[in-house]
Design a protein around this ligand. Structure first.
Ligand code: IMP
Ligand code: MG
Length: 184
């Protein structure tokens, strides 16, 4: 990692702060309607979803419980290892509860299909996925999240929680890195 600023490594911005805020507000309205009588457990999939999750929770105008889970499917590269490892489990018992999983991005779908299977075995009343970004075309149709923000092409993006080698998460927008960053 060379010493620069995250911003200098960005080739182009895909979604600005304002576009992200508008989308999160829109999702918040839909999800409030869906969950207003359900007292859901809203689950943040760490660490990538964290910025989106906090903003989304603030847009939910109904009672919710918060919980956090951490799994890892990526090494420090830009393609999925296909192996999902549990790093931190939920604190809540989800049996009989409505669960909303909040994820940053669905690429191959390995992470989300693994999590959905794992958590379904605990007999929740329902389990749905809200994903900010969907790399459509990269995964099977049956892995489609129930709610998503934006569809993007098959490129590697960073910012608003998304990382490259654990950096760039703190950028307030989502962008594409300059190719030379990967070459370093
Ligand atoms: P999947 O298991 O292939 O669907 O990958 C999902 C996980 O990989 C996400 O939770 C992200 O952490 C990471 N990921 C996939 N694509 C990107 C990307 O373009 N930028 C940053 N992280 C990504
Ligand atoms: Mg992630």
């Amino acid at each position: 990692m060379h010493i620069s600023t995250p911003k200098k490594d960005i080739d182009r911005i895909l979604f600005t702060r304002e576009q992200l805020a508008d989308k999160v507000h829109e999702l918040g309205e839909i999800l409030t309607e869906e969950y207003k009588d359900k007292l859901p457990i809203v689950v943040c999939i760490l660490k990538g979803a964290s910025f989106f999750y906090i903003d989304l929770c603030r847009e939910l105008k109904c009672h919710i419980n918060l919980d956090f889970i951490d799994v890892s499917s990526y090494g420090n590269g830009t393609s999925s290892s296909g192996v999902v490892r549990m790093i931190k489990d939920l604190e809540n018992n989800i049996e009989g509860r409505h669960v909303l999983l909040v994820e940053d991005i669905i690429d191959s779908g390995v992470t989300l299909s693994h999590l959905r299977k794992l958590l379904s075995a605990r007999n929740p009343a329902s389990i749905k996925i809200c994903c900010l970004l969907d790399k459509a075309g990269a995964h099977a149709k049956e892995l489609e999240p129930e709610y998503h923000g934006f569809e993007i092409g098959n490129e590697f993006v960073v910012g608003y929680g998304l990382d490259y080698a654990e950096y760039y998460r703190n950028l307030p927008y989502i962008g594409v890195l300059k190719p030379e960053v990967y070459a370093d």
